[in-house]
Design a protein around this ligand. Structure first.
Ligand SMILES: [Zn+2]
Length: 340
């Protein structure tokens, strides 16, 4: 009762209390990469066909993110996403091949060391982590980061075309009796498979759009699970993006030429109490909306949001520092802007 009376005699009024938002660190972060997901596919099926992507569009997001400025294929872009580096340029990881690597293929730097990734940071912090990929080419990461049992930095590893097995492990990582804190990378390959088989076909009902709907269903399983477990929902963040789009110059390819349909991808940050925020507005001092520029790699301009932002963003959401030597989103811009 004393406080209001005291306030009456204060010379200057006390500042109005600012609402506080739940700040990081989150206990669980899930990074989902939807292989071959073109942003405009999310505008076609609408809320009936893609209810969960629609829901993500009510959080912090942009549909105008970009893949790596020189490569619109799977393996170089996932290396960006997991190491916080671009392929080329100062500090580039240099992995350009999109083929399944030979057994000796590893992410080695000029000094002969291994490029570090998200998993080195989570492991050092004692956070359980999972790597759930669905194409054999992702063995690049297990060969680099889990070369032997004693030297491994990834705790749970699955490289298999088996979405049910992947999803089982996603839910296991959210079981707090087993994992108090976790980072999970989930790679969904369906849209890319459909695109290569029958084209990045934007006709309603196409094989490609059905595959995008299936990715929506899988993401929906995670969102629904979190809805049903509110304590877990409050401590879990999702980041959803893609490695590349597709459709040019041949309808069932994506790697030849940096065309907008190949390079324009979505980027979503799903937090417990999401507000609809355009990520370019949120990060106006550090990122530039590239409009229809497919590459957006002008040295004298701010960079666009890229899938490579995901690595250090996920670490920031876990309350961890950026990957040593990384070059993309080193200052962990998004979280700072979201919670300032
Ligand atoms: Zn592909």
């Amino acid at each position: 009762m004393l406080l209001p009376l005291l306030l009456l005699y204060t010379q200057s009024p006390a500042p109005a209390p600012t609402p506080t938002r739940t700040a990081p660190p989150f206990d669980h972060v899930i990074l989902i990469s939807v292989d071959g997901l073109r942003s405009d596919a999310l505008l076609i099926n609408g809320s009936e066909g893609l209810p969960h992507f629609q829901r993500l569009m009510y959080g912090a997001h942009t549909l105008n993110a970009r893949c790596d400025p020189h490569y619109s294929v799977t393996l170089p872009n996932h290396t960006d996403m997991l190491t916080g580096r671009l392929v080329k340029g100062e500090g580039g990881h240099g992995w350009t091949s999109n083929a399944t690597p030979p057994p000796e293929g590893i992410l080695v730097n000029k000094e002969g060391g291994i490029f570090q990734g998200i998993y080195h940071q989570t492991s050092a912090a004692g956070i359980d982590d999972a790597f759930l990929a669905s194409k054999p080419k992702f063995l690049l990461f297990t060969q680099s980061w889990n070369p032997t049992f004693d030297l491994r930095v990834m705790d749970v590893v699955l490289v298999k075309d088996d979405v049910e097995a992947q999803m089982d492990l996603v839910f296991q990582m959210l079981d707090e009796e087993q994992h108090q804190r976790s980072f999970t990378f989930l790679h969904l390959r369906g849209p890319d498979d459909a695109g290569h088989a029958e084209g990045w076909d934007m006709t309603p009902g196409s094989h490609y759009l059905k595959a995008v709907q299936d990715a929506d269903r899988q993401i929906g399983r995670i969102l629904t699970f979190l809805d049903e477990h509110q304590a877990l929902r409050k401590s879990t963040a999702l980041v959803v993006t893609a490695d590349h789009g597709g459709g040019v110059p041949h309808k069932n390819h994506h790697g030849h030429g940096m065309m907008l349909v190949n390079t324009m991808i979505p980027f979503f940050i799903d937090l417990p109490e999401s507000e609809r925020i355009d990520l370019y507005q949120l990060c106006a001092t550090t990122r530039r909306d590239p409009g229809i520029d497919p590459v957006a790699n002008d040295a004298d301009k701010l960079p666009p949001i890229r899938n490579g932002d995901a690595a250090n963003l996920c670490l920031a959401l876990l309350g961890l520092e950026s990957i040593p030597g990384s070059t993309v989103n080193v200052a962990q811009d998004f979280v700072g802007a979201l919670y300032q």
